[in-house]
Each structure stands twice: as structure tokens, then as C-alpha cells.
Design a protein around this ligand. Structure first.
Ligand SMILES: Nc1ncnc2c1ncn2[C@@H]1O[C@H](COP(=O)(O)OP(=O)(O)OP(=O)(O)O)[C@@H](O)[C@H]1O
Ligand SMILES: [Mg+2]
Length: 340
């Protein structure tokens, strides 16, 4: 009998795993073994990016055998750090290269998503976050996205101090630096705001196909297929929820906690999907899929519509359109994985 995790089994007093002993930010399970060797460039810009990222990761400051820092000597003012900004469409391998850089580097290093950084600064305070990442000489930051003026200021302050300490930063984004914040807040003011940070980054643009399309694209299942797969699911325990039950559950937690909701599970079964009616639910679901994708959990969904109709057509022209398209790309990969 399939072992099910019901919503009522979820802990009600979730606490975020941020705090000194838990601050080991590492790539999530999906990217735990990615390397430069198992990256197969599909476009010349990808070969160029792979070589540049690798060189950058190897050159990041690292401790010598005696414990002193090469290229960074605490008694002197450190050389300001520099950054690489990997910009490109969905599934071109930006996160793959980011995690490969993390694995390859022998620096003291941290890997986290932009959202986790913003949240950590919120929880620890600016001084606490600076302290938490003080020893990191390589900071790998996935999905850089300045979508809120408050976050922009926080991240700018954080990164300015990190660069001043000599930290090397690699980040990924679906949005080129000059378009960050577009459609969400005052572009002029924003440009002035991030100017000093933007000029520390070298932008690498990755073109090419969505690598996820190499897989058989996933689709929604009929009730019968869904039930049959659930009965013989081996990725246990299973979280099985009605679609509307999931949306209600997600609205009760801060998105940073979705990882904690999902972590005990092996797979997630969502029954009777219907199109998302409001932007808040849509953004929460996007976060949920991002986390499920990173954790490399199984996902099956039943419903009788094409998955492309999940997000309302009006969203395609909104400032959040990229998030929705990225979510569809990840959903197709997840739903296609392990299809018999
Ligand atoms: N050129 C490649 N060679 C081998 N594996 C790849 C390549 N490109 C992508 N992949 C794999 O395809 C999947 C999607 O890649 P990845 O998540 O790195 O893309 P991304 O550019 O970060 O996409 P997104 O914009 O959605 O974040 C991952 O499992 C990754 O390991
Ligand atoms: Mg990515």
C-alpha cells in the first residue's frame, strides 16, 4: 500500500533552517552531481560560458595549505571581488554550470537561491547575513531577480560588502541585467540603484535550445492513469493532494518553507488540476514547482486540459511571464521523468 503524507501530517510549527549551525548552503539534489564534464554544450555560447565559468571558479580565492589566503590577505585591503552573470532562456544549463562551479572550486563557498539570500537577510538582518557569509570567497547565487525595490536595496548593500571583501560571485538569471525590475518599478531609479553592482559583473549570454526538451515532454494524466501510477509508485512517501487543497495549503506558508513541506516526500500527486485564477496563487505554485524540481521529487498531475493552459493567457504579458514560462518548462520535464 502506498505510504501517503496527508496535509494534516505536515508540521504546523515549521522553522526555517537558517541559523549558524545550519548555514551550509549547497546545491540542491537535482544539481548535486553536475559538473563541467557532464555539460554537453548545444551552442557555441554554451561552450564559451562553460570555459569562462570554469576558469572563474578555479581562480576564486582559496586557502593555501598553511591556511592563508591566496589572492586575499586579511592584513591588507582585499582586492575587490568580481562577478559573472549567466543570462539566458530556460533550460540552457545556467544552473548546471553554477553548481558545477561550486563543485569544482576549492574556495570556501556558498550556494543558494536569490530568494534564499533575500530571506536570510530578512531573518538574520544585514549585519547577521554579512557575518554568516563572511568567510565565503565564492558565492553562487541562482535566479537573480530584482522584483521589488526593498529587495533591490538589500541585495545591493549585501553584494557591495561581499565584493569589497573580495568575494567572487556567480549568478544566473532569465533576465538580462538591464531589464531587471522592468515593468515592476521605476526603471531609471532602479538603474541608478544597481549601477555600482552591475558594473562588477561580466555578463555571459547563453543561447541554444531548452535542454529539457530532449526528454519526452510530460502531460497531465487521466484519473485512471493517475490512480494506476499512484498504486505502484516507488518514490515514497507520496504527498497526494487535490489541486484546490494544494493551493489552500500553499497560501498558509511563506514560500521559503515549501522546501520543508516537501522534503519528507519522495513524490507528489496532484489530482484534478484546473487553470490558475489569480496571480498570487500562480506565483506560489511557481515557487512550489521550483522547490520540487530542485529537490528532484517525482510529480504526477491529473486533469483534462493541456498543461500549457495552467496559467491564464493574460499572465503572458505580465512582468511575471518569464516565471510562468520557466515553470512550464520545469513541469514538462518533471511530468515526463520516469514515464513508463
Ligand atoms: N548542455 C547540457 N548538457 C548536459 N545537461 C544539461 C545541459 N543543459 C542543461 N542540462 C540539464 O538540463 C536540466 C536543465 O538545465 P538547467 O536547470 O541548468 O537550466 P537553466 O538554464 O538553469 O534553466 P532555468 O532558466 O529554467 O533555470 C538540468 O537537469 C541540467 O543538468
Ligand atoms: Mg536555472
Amino acid at each position: 500500500m502506498t505510504q501517503l503524507l496527508a496535509p494534516s501530517n505536515f508540521p504546523s510549527n515549521l522553522t526555517l533552517s537558517v541559523g549558524p549551525p545550519q548555514l551550509h548552503f549547497t546545491p540542491p539534489p537535482r544539481f548535486s552531481t553536475t559538473s563541467f564534464e557532464n555539460y554537453a554544450p548545444q551552442h557555441p555560447s554554451q561552450s564559451a560560458a562553460r570555459d569562462a565559468v570554469r576558469e572563474f571558479a578555479i581562480a576564486a580565492p582559496r586557502p593555501s595549505a598553511t591556511g592563508s589566503w591566496l589572492r586575499w590577505r586579511p592584513r591588507h585591503r582585499p582586492q575587490p571581488g568580481s562577478g559573472l552573470y549567466l543570462d539566458g532562456g530556460f533550460g540552457v544549463g545556467k544552473t548546471h554550470l553554477l553548481a558545477a562551479a561550486y563543485h569544482e572550486s576549492s574556495s570556501v563557498k556558498s550556494y543558494l537561491s536569490f530568494q534564499e539570500l533575500v530571506y536570510s537577510i530578512g531573518v538574520l538582518g544585514m549585519a547577521g547575513a554579512q557575518e554568516a557569509f563572511r568567510d565565503s570567497r565564492l558565492l553562487c547565487l541562482d535566479e537573480f531577480e530584482l522584483d521589488d525595490p526593498g529587495n533591490t536595496l538589500m541585495v545591493k548593500t549585501f553584494l557591495a560588502a561581499a565584493f569589497a571583501r573580495g568575494t567572487a560571485v556567480i549568478t544566473t538569471s532569465n533576465t538580462p541585467p538591464e531589464a531587471q525590475g522592468q515593468g515592476r518599478f521605476n526603471a531609471e531609479e532602479f538603474r541608478r540603484e544597481i549601477q555600482s553592482i552591475a558594473e562588477r559583473f561580466t555578463v555571459l549570454r547563453l543561447a541554444g535550445p531548452d535542454y529539457r526538451h530532449r526528454l519526452q515532454a510530460g502531460a497531465l494524466l487521466s484519473q485512471q492513469e493517475f490512480a494506476a501510477l499512484l498504486a505502484r509508485e516507488t518514490r515514497l512517501p507520496v504527498i497526494r493532494l487535490e489541486w484546490l487543497e494544494l493551493l489552500a495549503l500553499l497560501s498558509r506558508y511563506h514560500p521559503i518553507r515549501y522546501g520543508e513541506l516537501l522534503r519528507p516526500a519522495g513524490s507528489v500527486y496532484l489530482a484534478n488540476l484546473t487553470p490558475l485564477k489569480d496571480q498570487n496563487s500562480a506565483l506560489r505554485f511557481v515557487h512550489f514547482v521550483d522547490k520540487l524540481y530542485d529537490l528532484k521529487l517525482g510529480l504526477r498531475i491529473s486533469g483534462d486540459l493541456p498543461i500549457s493552459e495552467l496559467f491564464d493567457a493574460s499572465y503572458r504579458h505580465s512582468a511575471y511571464a518569464a516565471k510562468h514560462f520557466r515553470c512550464l518548462s520545469r513541469l514538462l520535464e518533471l511530468l515526463g521523468e520516469g514515464r513508463q
